[in-house]
Design a protein. Structure first.
Length: 292
């Protein structure tokens, strides 16, 4: 069964749904966010994604007071507040994405952030790997009645079963994910993708990648993932914790181009026929056909 997110069809018989994860790679600068949005639009992504936190709810006072040198000040609190967009920035994100014709949504890390995002009528909600054991938060997200996407980093099979039992498979997309930044190739275990497609037939299975390069994401798509999410940055050498696990704009362009070719040109239909282009070759090479 197909799923719709913002008027776009999600399913195994459709083109891959590509999410450009901006996250906090904007470094607190709305102009950087817009440049990444522009790249996502230019290269044919279906959506961009952000992260939303109510800083004083998500982090304890002790955590915020912890010394941590950063561009915004000497403590972790300066960093977290400096990276967090508020209403002015999200109003502009909403306006800008609508003007560019691209969907946007976010991963809320607390209930207040869910309520904040509701004012923008988001097409779906993303449950981050760090939040996929938070029953109260997931219940609040579920109560909004929107499609849900959940990443499965830091979670084993039993944990994923509990998540799916709680959220239900209806209108749910499950993203195979490994929460190391960047993830090593031997950590990816992409064989989970076809296994989960069989295990959760009413949900949709995708992939959220934190590896370096493109090949693993393309392989995930070839294995059946119908949604591909990758962190995007203007420059992997920029300051920030997620930059090294991100694709630069050139990599994004290559990824989307190859994903579109993968579905259209390589995978094709699951029926084996003699192609018209094969028939002259058959007439030339086949000595006899007595197997009938």
């Amino acid at each position: 069964m197909d799923l719709q997110i913002g008027g776009k069809n999600i399913g195994y018989n459709h083109s891959h749904f590509v999410v450009a994860e901006i996250g906090i790679n904007h470094n607190g600068d709305i102009n950087i966010a817009k440049q990444i949005i522009d790249a996502a639009v230019m290269y044919g992504c279906d959506a961009v994604k952000f992260q939303k936190r109510t800083v004083d709810v998500v982090y304890t006072p002790e955590e915020l007071a912890r010394p941590r040198e950063n561009p915004f000040g000497p403590t972790n609190g300066h960093l977290k507040h400096g990276l967090e967009f508020g209403k002015e920035q999200y109003d502009e994100i909403d306006r800008y994405c609508k003007s560019k014709g691209i969907l946007w949504f976010a991963s809320p890390w607390d209930e207040q952030s869910v309520d904040f995002l509701e004012q923008y009528n988001p097409p779906c909600y993303k449950i981050a790997s760090a939040c996929n054991h938070d029953k109260e938060l997931m219940a609040h997200i579920k109560s909004k009645g929107r499609p849900m996407i959940v990443s499965t980093g830091m979670t084993d099979d039993a944990g994923i079963d509990r998540i799916v039992d709680f959220l239900g498979e209806d209108r749910l997309t499950i993203l195979h994910c490994v929460s190391t930044y960047p993830a090593k190739d031997h950590e990816l275990h992409l064989a989970n993708i076809p296994r989960m497609i069989k295990k959760y037939p009413k949900a949709h299975i995708g992939y959220s990648g934190h590896e370096v390069g493109l090949f693993a994401s393309l392989f995930a798509a070839a294995l059946g993932a119908c949604m591909i999410e990758r962190h995007i940055t203007l420059d992997r050498s920029m300051w920030g914790s997620d930059q090294a696990a991100s694709l630069e704009v050139g990599g994004l362009a290559k990824l989307v181009k190859e994903l579109r070719s993968l579905k259209r040109d390589y995978i094709g239909e699951d029926v084996k026929l003699v192609l018209e282009s094969e028939k002259p070759i058959e007439a030339k090479l086949r000595r006899k056909a007595t197997l009938a």
